[in-house]
Design a protein around this ligand. Structure first.
Ligand code: NAD
Length: 289
């Protein structure tokens, strides 16, 4: 029997709606400064989409576009300025950067309470230590999907394929915090099929198209495919969907699964940044006589 599909578009729309309703009640609206360096076409599309969503939800769009030949020092000074500006709630440096720039050094200049991508060392440390903070958007999106479909995590065997700073590692931390028994796999993992077949929940974020076929999946498992690959036949993932859908109980399609969640969680992170900075989340109730 075919698995139930996890509808990322629907969950993302609900998250965006919740964020918009909260922002509508805030006396001071949060503002997100996206920084686009140069003309990378994929980055320009991602940033345009983030800006459009900001505006739709009532977040102030404080975008900065700088030339590709900007120096490390000039970009550093822009980021420090945005970090110090009380009008700016959140700062996002769109990656990748031109080769002459050092991304991690620049990310470290974003104050942790404005680091809506959650990629600074301090944000990573807060996540590792279970301290409130801003965590990476795609893993947050995966957690939101699992919760929206009432997938049991406490005591569950979860296998995460991939341990990048952007997806696999933060996701493993979030799952551990929810009392899942987490196995992190990577390129050095021996017998990946055997490890994956053990999973109640299998999350694949390896960046290898079609890595996971039906032989990797325990019948009845939940399968989350984070991979995105643009091919001549459209967008596909790390999972061989047509095979795995016949074995799993619950599965994300690609596109339409994890993909739509990332920007929705960025919007929620911007709201969270406002909260961390002490913004009022609602107008005070009018005084009654
Ligand atoms: P990455 O290249 O930084 O990390 C890949 C990880 O997978 C590494 O830890 C590596 O060791 C592991 N890996 C690779 N091949 C493997 C194999 N054969 N067996 C076991 N482990 C293997 O990639 P990333 O940034 O984490 O992204 C992963 C995928 O997720 C990519 O396809 C990317 O496009 C996609 N992605 C999607 C979204 C989204 O919004 N849906 C966001 C970020 C990334």
């Amino acid at each position: 029997m075919s698995a139930e599909l996890i509808d990322g578009k629907k969950v993302a729309a609900r998250v965006r709606d919740e964020v918009a309703r909260t922002i509508a009640r805030m006396p001071v609206k949060p503002g997100l400064a996206t920084i686009l360096v140069g003309e990378n076409p994929a980055s320009a599309i991602y940033v345009a989409s983030k800006r459009r969503t900001c505006t739709e939800l009532g977040i102030r769009d404080l975008h900065r576009h700088v030339p590709a030949d900007i120096s490390q020092a000039e970009l550093a000074s822009l980021i420090i300025g945005l970090g110090e500006d009380p009008d700016v709630t959140a700062v996002l440096l769109q990656l990748p950067l031109p080769k002459h720039l050092d991304p991690q050094q620049l990310i470290e200049l974003i104050p942790a309470d404005k680091d809506v991508d959650g990629l600074s060392i301090l944000s990573g440390g807060r996540l590792a230590k279970h301290v409130p903070g801003l965590y990476p958007c795609t893993p947050l999106g995966v957690m939101e999907l699992l919760d929206s479909y009432y997938v049991q995590l406490a005591g569950t065997d979860v296998v995460v394929v991939g341990r990048s700073n952007l997806v696999g590692w933060p996701l493993a931390q979030m799952l551990l915090q929810r009392d899942a028994t987490v196995t992190s796999c990577h390129k050095g993992t021996r017998n990946l099929v055997r490890v994956c077949r053990h999973a109640d929940v299998l999350i694949v974020a390896a960046g290898e198209q079609g890595l996971v076929d039906a032989s990797f999946v325990r019948p009845g498992a939940t399968v989350i495919d984070v991979g995105i690959h643009r091919t001549a036949h459209g967008i596909t993932g790390d999972v061989v969907f047509d095979e795995v859908v016949e074995v799993a109980d619950l599965i994300t399609p690609v596109p339409g699964g994890v993909g739509p969640m990332t920007i929705a969680m960025l919007m929620r992170n911007t709201l969270r940044a406002a909260e961390l900075q002490g913004y009022e989340l609602a107008n005070p109730a009018p005084a009654t006589g």
